[in-house]
Design a protein around this ligand. Structure first.
Ligand code: DAH
Length: 345
């Protein structure tokens, strides 16, 4: 028996050593120490032995079992290690490969232009305010001296929510809101950039939704000269220091007198080109001195205070500044938009 155990041990250890995976190892295990193994058979024969022999064979069989189990455990660890190493080898990442460029996005040109305008007016002590896009007919028209049925409403056909509520057609509505809310009815300077809506057909130069920036200054002894100086600075800041502006008489119900302002063409410098349609000038905004009716309606004493107001389209400023179209601004093609900001990584 002792000899059989010795032989079995050598055989088992060799078989274990030859195993290359877990299944083979399990088979070897049941072959050498499983229920139907030669070892179990040997054990069964032990009852016939003398006590002395039992002791010896018992020791040998324990030794056998321990050796086989240990060898199996070791082999199993080796097989698992090998599999892991193989996987690691296969999954190896080449850290020398250049990474994919991450794009963090860029500011939309409309945002950049709006912020540029805000910075300019902030530097002159203006309040920058925000107003609701859903506006009342009263603030958008009525209190701006545009009563129901006034022909000036036709040019601003818009989206009505009810008879009295609409998507604002102009940021001018904020003139009313701002003055009504101003408790001390004292002087102020404000701009209000924001979204506006009109029932326009979308094309290269029109959009049913666009942005305006409204400006309103109210104080004592405010004159047309102040308005002119302010807008000249605005034009120079947005379109370059060599720019000139000119005032053309116009009509807006909420200003008297009213003007449209042109900036000298920055492409041809007043010579006349396709950009300025041969005139040398490009229209950029509407403005005027605040109508006494508007001041009075908002609780301002028009004998004491005067004011000037202006309204510019932000898209228009952006398009002129960058030589692009309204459609370019809204199609949101990243390849196009990224040209306006180079802070990519
Ligand atoms: N709200 C006018 C428009 O949408 C623009 C405008 C003209 C605003 C004259 C003004 C202004 O404040 O004084 O066409």
């Amino acid at each position: 028996m002792i000899e059989s155990l010795e032989r079995l041990k050598l055989e088992a250890l060799e078989s274990i050593n030859n195993c290359s995976n877990e299944t083979e190892l399990n088979n070897v295990k049941s072959k050498y120490i499983g229920k139907k193994s030669e070892f179990t058979e040997i054990m069964a024969g032990m009852s016939k032995l003398s006590n002395e022999e039992k002791k010896e064979v018992g020791m040998k069989s324990n030794e056998f079992r321990t050796a086989v189990n240990e060898a199996i455990d070791n082999k199993l660890t080796a097989i698992k290690d090998e599999a892991l190493n193989k996987k690691l080898e296969e999954d190896k990442i080449d850290i020398t490969l250049p990474s994919k460029k991450k794009r963090i996005g860029t500011k939309h040109p409309l945002t950049s232009v709006r912020e540029e305008i805000e910075d300019l007016f902030l530097s002159m002590g203006y309040d920058v305010v925000d107003g609701p896009e859903i506006e009342t007919d009263e603030y958008c028209f009525e209190m701006l001296n545009v009563p129901k049925g006034h022909p000036a409403r036709d040019a601003q056909d818009t989206f009505y929510i009810t008879e009295e509520m609409l998507l604002r057609t102009q940021t001018s509505a904020m003139q009313v809101r701002y003055m009504l809310a101003k408790g001390d009815k004292g002087p102020f300077k404000m701009i209000c950039p924001g979204k506006t809506y009109r029932r326009d057909d979308d094309d290269l130069t029109h959009s049913h939704q666009f942005h305006q920036v409204e400006g309103l200054v109210v104080g004592e002894n405010i004159s047309l000269t102040d308005l002119k100086g302010t807008l000249e600075l605005f034009a120079k800041k947005m379109f370059g220091n060599d720019r000139e502006i000119r005032f053309r008489a116009s009509f807006f119900p909420f200003t008297e007198p009213s003007y449209e302002v042109d900036v000298s063409c920055f492409k041809c410098n007043k010579k006349g080109c396709s950009m300025c349609k041969g005139t040398g000038w490009i229209e950029i905004l509407g403005c005027g001195m605040v109508h006494p009716n508007v001041l009075e309606g908002c609780g301002y004493d028009h004998n004491k205070y005067q004011g000037f107001a202006f309204g510019a389209g932000i898209e228009r400023v952006a398009c002129l500044k960058y030589g692009i179209t309204v459609r370019d601004l809204y199609t949101n093609d990243y390849r196009f938009l990224r040209n306006f900001d180079r802070k990519e990584i």
